[in-house]
Design a protein around this ligand. Structure first.
Ligand SMILES: NC(=O)c1ccc[n+]([C@@H]2O[C@H](COP(=O)([O-])OP(=O)(O)OC[C@H]3O[C@@H](n4cnc5c(N)ncnc54)[C@H](OP(=O)(O)O)[C@@H]3O)[C@@H](O)[C@H]2O)c1
Length: 335
């Protein structure tokens, strides 16, 4: 049986999740694709940490050793930050290697150039994992709402913020205590700044904006407010009024203008996102025919994120055309 040859860029939470899922579901790949998927190489910063990996997998910090592997089919990218991820993925696409990424920070900014490269080289990019982790919002919008026109998105896109607001509300604890808890449980990053100040939700909202509206608002014109200034007293008062604070990312068109905002909002109990508690993400998609659909699910974590990436793999190898490439992405740098 022929094999799909895959490389992992990054072997942290997400990279290890992809390895685990690929390893455990070979039978399913045989059924769906008529092929097994083999990890042939892993890129990390510090290879000495990973001596226990099987000998037939090249573990290296040198990307050149990965990109020169003969007949490499696909690269899963799960490293952190804009560079070197962007350069690595650009290089992979130029060599006609498919790319699947979880890197929202990089993809929010550079989707256009990467998708253009993919088109030029007749390969595909999967980016389901960049937005709402394991909750399949990209594919729902792209494949299940093709006749519908999406008019508005309201979403909870950061599980850490949602966990903190839920904990403050349900157990009357203050922001600092809730944040410490989120760190202890592994929900918040060691440096949770991007989660707390709205940057992470903003990046995901920009990816959704590009997908739905074929453009992004000018970044510095989007109001972005985090949850750090919400007091226990404010949360208590909201509760007394049967309301909840939720950190909401919203985007829609007013006339020809895209309007986006990321901020804590007071929601009444009739709002579709009112009951989304803990680390879950949720996306309320309002379209012109169907009305509002709400997707709820895990927004991060090892297996949910790996799930999104492996579903991208199957989509890429099952389908002959790159539906993602029909979206005329523009680089934020050029906006
Ligand atoms: N964690 C989640 O739940 C989640 C969900 C959705 C999206 N994401 C995104 O997925 C990506 C990975 O997240 P993660 O949580 O798995 O991160 P992580 O646990 O910190 O792992 C990062 C991995 O990338 C490697 N790495 C970092 N910089 C590198 C470089 N310059 N060259 C080579 N390797 C490098 C690290 O190598 P060493 O092991 O040698 O240090 C490590 O193996 C991020 O972009 C994140 O935003 C994460």
């Amino acid at each position: 049986m022929t094999k799909i040859k895959a490389a992992l860029l990054g072997y942290g939470t997400v990279g290890q999740g992809i390895h685990e899922v690929l390893h455990e579901h070979q039978e399913r790949f045989r059924t769906l694709l008529g092929k097994e998927v083999e990890i042939v190489a892993i890129l990390v910063q510090n290879p000495s940490k990973y001596r226990d990996l099987p000998e037939n997998i090249v573990v290296t910090k040198d990307f050149e050793k990965i990109i020169t592997i003969p007949e490499l089919d696909v690269v899963f990218e799960a490293i952190v930050g804009e560079e070197p991820a962007l350069s690595y993925l650009t290089h992979a696409l130029e060599k006609s290697i498919h790319v699947i990424t979880a890197n929202k920070m990089m993809f929010a900014k550079h989707a256009n150039s990467l998708l253009e490269k993919a088109r030029e080289n007749h390969v595909k990019i999967g980016f389901e994992a960049t937005t709402a982790g394991g909750t399949p919002v990209i594919r729902t919008i792209e494949q299940l709402l093709q006749v519908n026109q999406v008019e508005k998105i309201e979403a909870i896109l950061n599980g850490t913020s949602n966990y903190i607001l839920t904990a403050m509300s349900e157990r009357s604890i203050d922001f600092e205590t809730a944040l410490a808890e989120a760190k202890e449980k592994g929900y918040a990053e060691a440096d949770p700044a991007n989660d707390i100040d709205g940057t992470d939700a903003f990046n995901k909202l920009m990816i959704l904006s590009q997908l739905i509206f074929n453009e992004q608002p000018v970044w510095n014109k989007v109001e972005k407010t985090g949850i750090q200034d919400i007091t226990s007293t404010a949360i208590q008062t909201a509760q007394e009024n049967n309301e909840k604070y939720k950190h909401i990312a919203v985007i829609g068109k007013e006339g020809d203008q895209l309007k986006a905002e990321v901020s804590p909002l007071l929601l009444s109990s009739s709002h579709p996102l009112y009951n989304i508690d803990g680390v879950d993400n949720a996306i309320a998609i309002t379209s012109n025919i169907v009305g509002t659909i709400t997707l709820i699910g895990p927004g991060a974590g090892k297996l949910p994120t790996a799930s999104a990436m492996v579903e991208d793999l199957v989509d890429i190898f099952q389908n002959g055309t790159n539906r993602h490439s029909t979206y005329p992405y523009k680089d934020q740098a050029a906006v």
